[in-house]
Design a binder for this molecule. Structure first.
Ligand code: NAD
Length: 479
C-alpha cells in the first residue's frame, strides 16, 4: 500500500504545483538500509559543563566509542547536524534547563532533513520532590512540543532513564541509537522509559568488570557490549509472529529474520498459501493456527521447540476490525474483536509463561493501537481490545521484572495510521484525514512498526519494560 500524495508532492510538476498552492508537503522519510550511516551528519551533544566529565560528556564519549559517530559538543553554524542530543539528566530545578534549551534553540535551524533531536533525561519517580518532579515532567512536555516544530522528516524523541540507570548503560545507548537511526523514521514525539536492567547497567561497571571511578573515565560501560552495535542482534533467537501472512505481521517476520532470528509465522488456515510464501522468503516455518483456539499456546510452543529448539521472542500481531458505532454494535462484532485482539494474547502468554515455554528471558511485544489510547468513533470494541493490550502488557511487565519474576520484558507498540490492507478498507475521506493529522503528515509503512518491534525484541532493549511505544508520526490523536 502506498501514499501516492507523498510521492506526488516530492517529484516533478506536482511538486512545483503543491509549493505554489501552499499544500502540505510531507517529506520522503529516510528508512534503514544496510550499510547506510547511522545519522545523516555529525551529532551535536548539548548539556553539561565544558571540561567536566558529566553525563553529557559520557554520552558524547559513548556515541564516539560505541557507534563511531562524528560527535561535537560545541555549536557550529557551518554544520548541518544529523542529530542533536540534549542531555538533561542532571537538571534538578526548572531553571537548570534553560541554558541547554537555549543552546538547542540556537542550533535547531542547522538540523538536516531527516535529522533527529533526542532528549535524555531522568524519569519522574514517586520519591521526587515537587521541584524535581516538575523539572522531569517538564522535559517531556518540552520534547513533545519540539517534535511538533520539526520539519523535513526530522523527528524528536526522548530517552527517560530511571534513577538506577547510568546515562551510558547498554539499554540507554541502544534506545538512543534506535531514536537516532532511520529505523525510527515514523516514531515521533515519543518518550521511552529505560531502567537499569543488568548488573552492568545498574552498577556502572567497566567492560573489565571493575567498578568505574566516575570522573575521567572515558570508555562507557556499554562500549564493549556487541549486542547494541551488531546488525544481527537476534542471531540464535527463535521468534513467533502471529498474523504474519500479510501487512504489519509479514514485515515484522521479515525484519526479525533480517536481524538474525529464526521466525515461526502464524496465521489462519485460510491465509495458508500466503503464509507459506512468507515462511519460504525468510527461511522460517509456517504454523496454520487460529490464535483464538484453546490450545493455541501449546501448539505454538510445540512447533517452536520441534522445529527450532525453543522460543525467545513472541509478537502478538494478529488483529481484526469490526467497526460499528456502539448504538449499532452486535454482540458478534464485539466478541470477535475482543477474542482475537485481546483474549488470545492473554491466553497464549499465560500458557507460555506457565509452561516455562521461553528458552531464556522472554521478550513479548504486543500490538496495541492509538485507538486504544485516544479512543476512536466507531471503534469502541477495537479500542477496548487495544487498551486491554496496554493493560496486560504493563501487568506482564511487572510480573516478569518483579523480584520473583523470571526476567525478560513485555512491551506494546501502538501504531497510528499504517498503510496496509486493513487501513485500505477505511473510506477515502477518513483515510486521507487520518494520514495527514500527524507531525509527519503521512501514514507509516509496515516496516516502521516492524523496526520498533525488532528494537524492543533485541538484547539492547533489556531495560525497556512495560512501555507503550507509539509508531504514529506523532499523530494529533492522543498523546
Ligand atoms: P491485516 O488485516 O493486514 O493483517 C492481520 C493479519 O492477522 C491477517 O493476516 C489475518 O489473517 C491475521 N489474523 C486475523 N485473525 C487471526 C486469527 N484469529 N488467528 C491468526 N491470525 C489472524 O492487519 P494489519 O494492518 O497488518 O495490522 C496488524 C496489527 O496491527 C493488528 O493487531 C492491528 O490491530 C494493529 N494495528 C494496525 C494499524 C494500521 O494502521 N494498519 C494501526 C494500529 C494497530
Amino acid at each position: 500500500m502506498t501514499d501516492s500524495y507523498v510521492q506526488a508532492v516530492n517529484s516533478g510538476f506536482t511538486k512545483t504545483l503543491a509549493k505554489k498552492l501552499g499544500l502540505p508537503r510531507p517529506a520522503v522519510l529516510r528508512r534503514h538500509r544496510a550499510g547506510d550511516p547511522l545519522t545523516v551528519g555529525p551529532v551535536l551533544v548539548l548539556g553539561g559543563t565544558p571540561g567536566v566529565h558529566d553525563d553529557a560528556d559520557r554520552v558524547a564519549s559513548a556515541l564516539l566509542d560505541t557507534f563511531g559517530l562524528d560527535v561535537r559538543q560545541n555549536a557550529d553554524d557551518q554544520i548541518r547536524w544529523g542529530a542533536i542530543v540534549v542531555v538533561l539528566t542532571q537538571a534538578e530545578r526548572p531553571q537548570d534547563v534553560s541554558g541547554t534549551v537555549m543552546a538547542l534553540s540556537a542550533s535547531l535551524r542547522g538540523l538536516a532533513p531527516n535529522g533527529r533531536v533526542v532528549t535524555i533525561s531522568r524519569a519522574p519517580d514517586d520519591g521526587d520532590s515537587p521541584e524535581l518532579a516538575a523539572t522531569r515532567e517538564g522535559v517531556e512536555g518540552f520534547l513533545r512540543s519540539v517534535a511538533k516544530e520539526l520539519r523535513n522528516g526530522a523527528t524528536g524523541n526522548g530517552v527517560q532513564l530511571t534513577d538506577d540507570a547510568p546515562v551510558d548503560s547498554a539499554s540507554s545507548l541502544a534506545t538512543l541509537r534506535f531514536f537516532l537511526s532511520a529505523r525510527s523514521a515514523f516514531v515521533d514525539g515519543q518518550v521511552l522509559r529505560v531502567g537499569g536492567s543488568t548488573a552492568a547497567d545498574r552498577g556502572t561497571t567497566s567492560a573489565s568488570g571493575e567498578p568505574s571511578s566516575g570522573a575521567g573515565v572515558a570508555a562507557s560501560p556499554a562500549a564493549a557490549d556487541p549486542s547494541i552495535t551488531t546488525d544481527r542482534p537476534l542471531q540464535g533467537k527463535v521468534a513467533v509472529v502471529t498474523g504474519a501472512a500479510r501487512g504489519i505481521g509479514a514485515e515484522v517476520a521479515r525484519t526479525l529474520a533480517r536481524d538474525g532470528a529464526k521466525v515461526v509465522v502464524v496465521d489462519v488456515p485460510a491465509a495458508g498459501e500466503q503464509l507459506a510464501k512468507i515462511a519460504n522468503e525468510i527461511g522460517g516455518t509456517a504454523l496454520q493456527l487460529d490464535v483464538t483456539a484453546d490450545d493455541a499456546g501449546a501448539r505454538i510452543l510445540e512447533h517452536a521447540r520441534a522445529r527450532h529448539g525453543g522460543l525467545d521472542v513472541l509478537v502478538h500481531n494478529a488483529g481484526i476490525l469490526r467497526d460499528k458505532l456502539l448504538a449499532n454494535m452486535s454482540a458478534d462484532k464485539w466478541d470477535a474483536v475482543v477474542a482475537v485482539n485481546l483474549a488470545a494474547q492473554l491466553r497464549i502468554t499465560e500458557y507460555l509463561l506457565g509452561a516455562n515455554g521461553f528458552s531464556g528471558e522472554p521478550r513479548i511485544v504486543s500490538l496495541a493501537s492509538t485507538s486504544g489510547i485516544a479512543g476512536n468513533r466507531g471503534q469502541a470494541n477495537y479500542a477496548f481490545s487495544k487498551a486491554g493490550v496496554i493493560g496486560h502488557t504493563r501487568a506482564f511487565a511487572r510480573l516478569l521484572g518483579g523480584p520473583a519474576g523470571p526476567g525478560g520484558t513485555a512491551n506494546a507498540v501502538a501504531p497510528g495510521f499504517i498503510e496496509t490492507e486493513m487501513t485500505a478498507s477505511i473510506p477515502f475521506v477518513t483515510r486521507e484525514v487520518a494520514r495527514r493529522v500527524s507531525s509527519l503528515q503521512q501514514g507509516g509503512q509496515p516496516v516502521d512498526v516492524a523496526e520498533a518491534i525488532a528494537f524492543l525484541a533485541s538484547p539492547g532493549a533489556a531495560g525497556v519494560n512495560g512501555q507503550v511505544l507509539r509508531v504514529c508520526g506523532q499523530s494529533l490523536v492522543g498523546r
